[in-house]
Design a protein around this ligand. Structure first.
Ligand SMILES: Nc1ncnc2c1ncn2[C@@H]1O[C@H](COP(=O)(O)OP(=O)(O)OP(=O)(O)O)[C@@H](O)[C@H]1O
Ligand SMILES: [Mg+2]
Length: 205
């Protein structure tokens, strides 16, 4: 069923700040209070450009996955426009272990609320205009690093050494250059070390 309107809510912030956790909690909250299918999450991570040809080893510094040019933002922007027009989109599928974009896509129908999860969203002038609300989740670098290390090793098949090198060489510099300055575009700042439940229950959407 086509919704009457589509509201786009961007969740941004540094790697390990708690964006995906916040997005999932908000999504669960909306689906349980407004009805199943009321909202869904669209993640920036699906829009990585295929890097398999360039990538040599874990932590290879020649590929910067944290720079905005690693993400196909023009495609994400077009998809946000389509969703706003209540049209379905086909979301790319990206494999983090092989750094490959698959040939298949995932159909994503429009919903009354689409939650967009991505650390560079607010740094992009072609993305910002589509977001009705933009939330920046903020956490100190030490907290973000520890969380990232745990996740990349357990869920993304990375070595602790590769994660450490990538954080120092790319994650931190790109955070400082693109992500941190983009917080000024947020309509709401959220502390990523606190419980998100009261924040979500208090949102006026
Ligand atoms: N408010 C919070 N309090 C305590 N732990 C949290 C909180 N938010 C997130 N975490 C934990 O921190 C880890 C990283 O969170 P999450 O995956 O949401 O970060 P992220 O911002 O999406 O990172 P990335 O950009 O790298 O995907 C998870 O293990 C999660 O359970
Ligand atoms: Mg995440």
């Amino acid at each position: 069923m086509t919704p009457e309107t589509v509201m786009l809510i961007g969740i941004s912030g540094g790697s390990g700040s708690g964006k995906t956790t916040f997005a999932r909690m908000l999504n669960d909250y909306l689906n349980s209070t407004r009805g199943e299918g009321f909202s869904a999450i669209l993640a920036q991570d699906h829009y990585y450009i295929d890097q398999s040809a360039r990538f040599k080893e874990d932590g290879d510094p020649s590929v910067n996955f944290d720079h905005p040019s690693a993400i196909e933002f023009p495609l994400l922007s077009r998809h946000l426009e389509q969703l706003r027009l209540k049209k379905p989109v086909e979301v790319p599928i990206y494999d983090f272990v092989t750094h490959t974009r698959k040939n298949e896509t995932t159909p994503f129908p429009p919903r009354p609320v689409v939650i967009v999860d991505g650390m560079l969203l607010l740094s992009q002038a072609i993305v910002r205009p589509w977001l009705d609300h933009s939330i920046y989740v903020d956490a100190p670098e030490s907290v973000r690093y520890e969380r990232r290390l745990r996740r990349d090793v357990t869920e993304r098949g990375r070595t602790p050494d590769g994660v450490e090198r990538q954080f120092r060489a790319q994650v931190k510099p790109m955070h400082d250059e693109f992500i941190e300055p983009s917080r000024r575009y947020a309509s709401l700042l959220v502390d990523g070390t606190r419980d998100f439940a009261p924040v979500i229950a208090g949102l006026r959407l």
